[in-house]
Design a binder for this molecule. Structure first.
Ligand code: PEP
Ligand code: MG
Length: 585
């Protein structure tokens, strides 16, 4: 199905063109999510509207109480206590009387009257500077936020997403996106976020179609209207007529069938048509995803983004980390597990305030990843302790992110020696020969790959950051998303340089950026001799199917042809047509 044919077919409905960030078709009812706390405009109303406003308030309050009462059924004691506190707050007759008095005396809408009283009360508590009262202020905002959500139709939390909804938001932080893992979400529409953003990576991992770059999505699409997200074409269709709906339902059904067809590849190795093995590792952010990767038939873990444990707001103590790493190693058995040390900073903000990198004018060039860890050796050594303790449970490799110099690798090794010494003193078991390698994801690392190879047990190319830093395109910024292409000759050149350095020193090489998971990228990399790729678990069976349809000779020939192509889109298109032909044959 081509985009042009589709436009003609659905000419009577509203189509919004955005960016294709995560492929697939999703159909569902709109669910608004505000990622900042809800703010409410002060809208003046006439006296005729007053009664209706109060009736709506009473209904929203009753509904919020009912849903909280339902939540009390949870087995989690801590959660239940929180819900009980919120219930008391929502049922407080004194507070309701204050809202009523203010609303009756003023000429603004009920939404603003509630918002104003909640903010006044919560601010007073927070200003007291006492931890207990600050917590109470947060509770009040949370509890009454439910009523405001119902009144305004905007939710501040992903916790309430109903099944099979289309989430519409201006932006979603990685911490929000991580909450989508176990939710049945039909699709996502946002204003912010390019194809290299962490939201994009996560939505692809969870197979949720996502279109970004849509201006004012919250006002464009009404809560509860049926929306179609065409993630492959980067389109959002609102007010679909029956024919359009039927057309997309078929597309959705075909995608489901394709996933089922690829099931057959799960337990097979990834081989080209002429019998060459491609190693497919998985990128994960939690032990649960390791299970998914194992089921999808991954040869190992090529990247465990450990910062996702803390971004999601989880416990990042040594014990919690040890348990997470041990679990992943045990799930994968004797398969290789590459665990990356903390890559906090940039847009990856920790849920744990003690790991905050603070405000920076230029966070992507600032206190990120290994720079932060070498300045916060306590945090870093805690992680290394957990990693080495877990090392006895499987086949571990440790990977260091954002390396720009040999000095950084040497500093890491000094800390590792200290950690090993401490473990020996504490009579704790660990493997002495865990390979320690680096991410090549900065131009500095790619250019000095020969020097870094002397100090690294392996390389893994992070094409997301390498592209961002090489062609100066913020991977999170949808305004420049059209410029983000790993096929840019400068990026291809740096990947080639890194591959040669790895081959000269005979150290293993992998690519774990999103380029490796894209069909075109996976083929180009293979054609350049890089046959270990680490991809989102959701891409594994699709890539296995793709490689089964092409010979290494065909792939190499196509890669050879791109050598003289300066234009990124043209080089990519050459592989797109190779893929199309393979599936036609
Ligand atoms: C990369 O930069 O390509 C990479 C894999 O790391 P992350 O996406 O976590 O920054
Ligand atoms: Mg990176």
């Amino acid at each position: 199905m081509t985009a042009i044919a589709l436009d003609c077919y659905i000419s009577n409905v509203n189509i919004y063109k955005g960016l294709s960030v995560s492929p697939g078709t999703g159909i569902g009812k709109v669910f608004h999510v505000s990622t900042s706390d809800i703010t409410v405009a002060c809208r003046t109303i006439s006296s005729d509207e007053k009664e209706d406003g109060w009736n709506r308030f009473e209904k929203a309050q009753t509904d919020a109480v009912a849903s909280l009462t339902e939540s009390l059924k949870t087995d989690d004691k801590e959660q239940r206590e929180i819900f009980e506190t919120h219930l008391l707050m929502l049922s407080d007759p004194d507070f309701t009387s204050i809202v009523k008095a203010d609303y009756d005396a003023a000429s603004y809408c009920i939404e603003y009257a509630v918002y104003k009283q909640v903010e006044e009360f919560a601010s007073k508590l927070a200003e007291a500077g006492n931890e207990f009262l600050t917590e109470r202020a947060n509770d009040i905002r949370d509890a009454w936020g439910r009523v405001l959500s119902l009144l305004t139709g905007v939710s501040a939390s992903l916790g309430d997403v109903p099944p099979h909804a289309v989430i519409v938001a201006e932006n979603l932080k990685p911490s929000d996106a991580l909450k989508l893992a176990d939710k049945d979400v039909a699709g996502i529409v946002t204003r912010d976020g390019g194809a290299g953003s962490h939201l994009a990576i996560l939505s692809r991992a969870y197979r949720i179609p996502l279109v970004s770059g849509i201006e004012n999505p919250l006002s464009l699409f009404a809560a509860d209207e049926t929306l179609i997200v065409d993630g492959s074409a980067g389109k959002v269709v609102s007010h679909p007529d029956e024919e359009t709906l039927a057309f997309y339902k078929t597309a959705e059904e075909n995608e489901r069938k394709a996933i089922l067809r690829r099931e057959a590849f799960k337990n097979k190795p990834c081989m080209t048509k002429d019998g060459h093995k491609i190693t497919l590792f998985a990128n994960i952010g939690s032990p649960e995803e390791a299970e998914f990767a194992f089921i999808e038939g991954a040869d190992g873990i090529g990247l465990f983004r450990t910062e996702f444990l803390t971004i999601a707001g989880g416990d990042f103590s040594e014990e919690a980390q040890f348990t997470a790493y041990k679990n992943v190693l045990q799930i994968m058995g004797d398969r290789l597990v590459t665990i990356r040390t903390l890559d906090i900073g940039g847009d990856k903000v920790s849920g744990d305030k003690s790991l905050s990198t603070g405000d920076e004018a230029n966070p992507l060039l600032g206190w990120r990843a290994i720079r932060y860890c070498l300045d916060n050796t306590e945090v870093f050594k805690t992680q290394l302790h957990a990693l080495y303790r877990a090392s006895v449970y499987g086949n571990l490799r440790i990977m260091i992110p954002m390396i720009t110099s040999v000095a950084e690798v040497k500093a890491v090794k000094r800390l590792i020696s200290e950690v090993k010494q401490e473990l020996t003193t504490g009579r704790l078991h660990y493997k002495d020969d865990v390979p320690v390698g680096i991410m090549v994801e900065t131009p500095a690392a790619a250019i000095t790959a020969d020097l870094l190879a002397e100090e690294s047990a392996f390389f893994s190319i992070g094409s997301n950051d390498l592209t961002q830093y090489t062609i100066c395109v913020d991977r999170e910024n949808e305004k420049v998303a059209g410029l983000f292409n790993e096929f840019a000759p400068a990026v291809r050149g740096l990947i080639g340089n890194t591959a040669q350095a790895a081959a000269r020193k005979q150290i293993p090489l992998c690519v774990c950026g999103e380029f490796a998971g894209k069909s075109e990228g996976a083929l180009w990399l293979t054609g350049k001799g890089i046959t270990t790729l680490s991809v989102s678990p959701s891409r594994i069976t699709e890539l296995k199917e793709l490689f089964s349809k092409l010979t290494l000779v065909e792939i190499n020939e196509a890669a050879e042809k791109t050598e003289t192509i300066a234009d990124a889109a043209e080089a990519e298109a050459l592989f797109s047509s190779l893929i199309n032909n393979a599936f036609k044959a």
